[in-house]
Design a protein around this ligand. Structure first.
Ligand SMILES: [Zn+2]
Length: 255
């Protein structure tokens, strides 16, 4: 089959949004089914038909959709990771940056809808345990809006959050009440404070012990950030053992 030419920005965002539903949990086949709008029971059971991008590529064949998913992998928006025996999709740093941004916009649009309709959500629990980087960006955008109508939502959210996020929410509430949210210098200062509050423990290079060979290996700051961003736990094996494990799983002999 002919190689798919460049995807549009909308296609890229659509695929990333659909992938978000199954990231780290499933592979390409399930992603194709979401985009195709598959009627399979499994899709309904997992609630994947509720995804805003469910059926977004309904008009295309599964083969065409798969080519687009593969294009995303080839162009470093998504990656396949072999976990045990199952290949799973994960975001690359580039892909996650885009997806995080559009998830934040989605969250903000929802708040705006509630404001327009004059409703209050029954619970803010849905915001708990979300990716920390995304939540920070969400708070940042709320603050920059300088719109104090968000304060009641923030208070309800604050009530159910963990301490560190609670503190970050408090900063935003104070900003909105003072009406200083959009002031540029303040925004920049607050952003730095916010980052500090949430990074109470500064990242330093770590030396981890490999579970397999027992050797120490360095887990440097960039790697730590990368793992954190994707929500991964730190590696258990040193790079050499990781590669051997991967070769074993791929059924390739190593000597
Ligand atoms: Zn090792």
């Amino acid at each position: 089959m002919k190689q798919k030419s460049k995807l549009t920005d909308v296609e890229i965002r659509t695929i990333l949004r659909a992938a978000d539903e199954i990231i780290g949990k499933a592979g390409r086949t399930l992603l194709v089914k979401i985009l195709k709008g598959s009627k399979e029971q499994k899709i309904r059971e997992l609630g994947l038909d509720q995804c805003p991008c469910y059926g977004a590529f309904r008009e295309q064949t599964k083969e065409e959709i798969l080519l687009k998913v593969d294009w995303m992998i080839q162009h470093d928006f998504l990656e396949i990771q072999v976990n045990g025996k199952l290949p799973m999709l994960v975001f690359t740093e580039k892909g996650w940056r885009i997806e995080r941004d559009q998830m934040v916009d989605e969250l903000l649009e929802e708040w705006n809808r509630w404001l327009e309709q004059g409703v209050r959500p029954a619970s803010m629990e849905y915001l708990k345990d979300r990716n920390r980087g995304m939540i920070l960006l969400f708070l940042q955008k709320i603050k920059e809006s300088n719109d104090s109508r968000y304060v009641p939502f923030l208070r309800a959210w604050q009530a159910i959050e963990y301490r560190k996020v609670r503190q970050a929410i408090q900063d935003v509430i104070e900003c909105l009440e003072e009406g200083t949210g959009s002031s540029l210098s303040t925004a920049a200062e607050r952003k730095a404070e916010l980052a500090q509050a949430l990074q109470a423990k500064q990242l330093e290079p770590e030396y981890l012990k490999c579970w397999e060979c027992g050797e120490r290996f360095s887990f440097d700051v960039d790697e730590q950030k990368f793992y954190k961003l994707r929500g991964f736990v730190p590696p258990k094996r040193c790079p050499a053992c990781r590669e051997r494990k991967w070769l074993r799983e791929m059924g390739i002999d190593d000597d």
